[in-house]
Design a protein around this ligand. Structure first.
Ligand code: FE2
Ligand code: FE2
Length: 463
């Protein structure tokens, strides 16, 4: 079997762009935060091995972010992406929080529903925010460990929202009890958000304003020194920043990823994708399983199967950029919402295409909703333009969507799902793939395969 070695930082930088989409942040937020934070670390005289851990903590700080998107959407009756973006500008003072809650809760809901939502948030706001942040931080730390990062990185992600004065969440630890990587990540994140929305001076002022409350004062001093240098800001605004951050990975040696490690990263990141919506829980894993069953049945070799499993795990990565108000809507989508839903395939391609070694995965991710008759999206490709790899993953994808619960209908039995696939054979999906799936399912223990289902689903495949 062939073996490859690629830079871990290249993969993590690309995946961080998917995290930016989920947080509703302008593209490159995690990369800019990484640039700012590693400068602070260097200014503080941190040794190389710690700087390297800090570097990955900064890129991965939002790993758990998708896990609270659905809950935010439900509680605040709001679009989770703009909610998260705007919430980062709030400093926690009562006036600002009230303005935020009144301005963001249930703007598209009826008046009575909106009022109930606001009262709930005002009465239970502290508890709700603590729960949301706890879920996010714990999940992020768990996924960082699954990606083979050290306890230092995982703990850095875990305590991202703790504040120097003990007023942060979820635990309320203070001062040097908060891991240094978390302290640097919080400051760097706020600095980037303010410099992007209001400019350099606003970022400097905001960091100064929150020194001693949110931030470690010694880090604020280090930041002030860095912020006095024009070249720091010029590089931060450069369109070469991604390459600069990649090339400046601290440490004696850049960390490399082999094929086994890439498999682990894909599996871990699938959890970020699936955590976005209660209806997609477990979807990526199951699509990978069905994909592998089809591929094995078709006699595809081990290298090909490995690529297909990874492609299946990451095919919906672009869903991180779709609001939960669309993903979880229990009714028919209107034209605008449907347009937003369809964009996830383009987002998948865009994110995966940033990783040289994932070019095939990008192609599959971008095309998994294409149909043989040319009526798919986003490009409306025709049969001869849709390679077998795409046909396999899209068959597995639809089979899982049909046999799992959706926001607007319950899961259907395997026999009915196969019947639906056969109805569209040659038009939507390739009969060779459907046949292979049917054969594989016939020889597998079907009850066991579907028994682990809870409440899970994927795309609105019928539309
Ligand atoms: Fe999809
Ligand atoms: Fe999917």
């Amino acid at each position: 079997m062939r073996t490859i070695q690629i830079r871990l930082a290249e993969i993590i930088e690309a995946l961080s762009k998917a995290l930016d989409l989920t947080e509703g942040q302008p593209p490159g937020h995690c990369i800019r935060t990484c640039y700012i934070g590693t400068h602070i670390g260097r200014e503080m005289g941190m040794p190389d091995d710690q700087l390297q851990e800090l570097y990955y903590t900064l890129l991965l700080k939002d790993l758990g972010c998708s896990s609270n998107a659905a809950r935010i959407c439900e509680l605040y009756m709001a679009d989770d992406l703009s909610f998260k973006r705007d919430f980062k500008l709030v400093d926690g003072s009562l006036g600002q929080v009230l303005r935020f809650v009144l301005g963001h809760t249930g703007m598209q809901a009826g008046l009575a529903e909106r009022f109930r939502g606001i009262v709930n948030i005002l009465q239970n706001g502290g508890k709700i925010a603590t729960d949301l942040i706890q879920t996010r931080c714990q999940r992020g730390a768990e996924i960082a460990r699954q990606m083979r990062f050290s306890d230092g990185v995982a703990d850095g992600v875990l305590s991202l929202d703790e504040h120097w004065n003990g007023g942060g969440k979820p635990v309320g630890i203070s001062g040097e009890e908060i891991p240094l990587y978390s302290r640097i990540a919080l400051l760097s994140q706020v600095a980037d958000i303010f410099q992007m929305s209001a400019g350099r001076e606003a970022a400097i002022a905001e960091i100064g304003k929150r020194a001693d409350t949110w931030f470690d004062p010694s880090l604020c001093t280090a930041f002030a020194r860095i912020a006095g240098r024009d070249d720091f800001w010029e590089t931060l605004a450069s369109d070469q920043l991604e390459t600069i951050v990649l090339e400046s990975e601290p440490g004696q040696q850049a960390i490399m990823a082999d094929d086994d490690y890439l498999d682990d990263i894909a599996a871990a990141f699938a959890r970020v994708i699936d955590a976005k919506s209660p209806y997609t829980s477990g979807h990526s894993d199951r699509v990978a399983l069905f994909t592998d069953l089809i591929a094995e049945e078709m006699g595809i070799d081990e290298d090909g199967r490995r690529l297909l499993r990874r492609a299946a795990l990451l095919h919906d990565i672009g869903k991180l950029g779709v609001s939960n108000s669309v993903l979880d809507k229990p009714a028919k989508l209107d034209d605008i919402e449907w347009g937003a839903m369809k964009r996830h395939a383009e987002f998948s391609e865009m994110i995966l295409s940033h990783i040289g070694a994932f070019a095939d995965l990008a192609r599959i991710g971008g095309a998994h909703h294409e149909r043989l008759d040319g009526k798919g999206y986003p490009r409306g490709l025709t049969a001869e333009e849709i390679p077998m790899e795409v046909r396999i993953v899209s068959t597995a994808d639809v089979f899982d969507a049909l046999t799992a619960d959706r926001p607007y209908r319950a899961a259907m039995p395997i026999s009915k799902a196969l019947a639906i696939l056969w109805e569209g054979a040659g038009e939507s999906h390739d009969p060779i793939c459907i046949e292979a799936l049917q054969r594989a399912l016939a020889s597998a223990d079907l009850e066991r395969l579907r028994d682990e289902d809870t409440a899970e689903t994927d795309d609105r495949v019928a539309a």
